[in-house]
Design a protein around this ligand. Structure first.
Ligand code: ZN
Length: 132
């Protein structure tokens, strides 16, 4: 099985082709889709033209299937979803919701954290990744 990305709420698949598809809304109520490359650490992305986001602007992220929020509630500017690899191993993926900020974390079931992209010391405790 190919790597699949899932919404943690409805477990709907949120990837197609080589992209993870997320629904997004800005604080000024602009809405559209964000396409992220499914390869972790590859920050190629595309956004709907209706969603003109400024560098550094924080957007709210939603599941494109069930429209639940993927924001992590207790920390600002992060969102999460699930990844299941070809061996059916499941891990959490955490991304920045700040447009242009290239940060990705993976957290596996043993709370082992790997970071990709820019390093930020403010994210150090894996426990909050796993909170509902
Ligand atoms: Zn969903």
């Amino acid at each position: 099985m190919k790597t699949t990305y899932l919404c943690p709420h409805c477990r709907g698949s949120i990837n197609a082709g080589n992209n993870i598809i997320l629904s997004a809304k800005t604080s000024t109520n602009k809405k559209g889709l964000i396409l992220l490359h499914e390869e972790i650490g590859n920050y190629t992305s595309e956004i709907s033209s209706s969603l003109s986001v400024e560098e550094g602007e924080v957007v709210d992220i939603f599941c494109p299937v069930c429209h639940e929020s993927l924001n992590i509630p207790i920390k600002d500017a992060l969102a999460r979803y699930l990844k299941i690899d070809e061996n059916l191993k499941e891990c959490h993926i955490i991304i920045s919701r700040k447009y242009g900020e290239k940060i990705t974390f993976t957290v596996d079931e043993n709370k082992h954290v790997e970071t990709y992209g820019e390093k930020l010391s403010r994210f150090i405790d894996p426990d909050w990744f796993l909170l509902k």
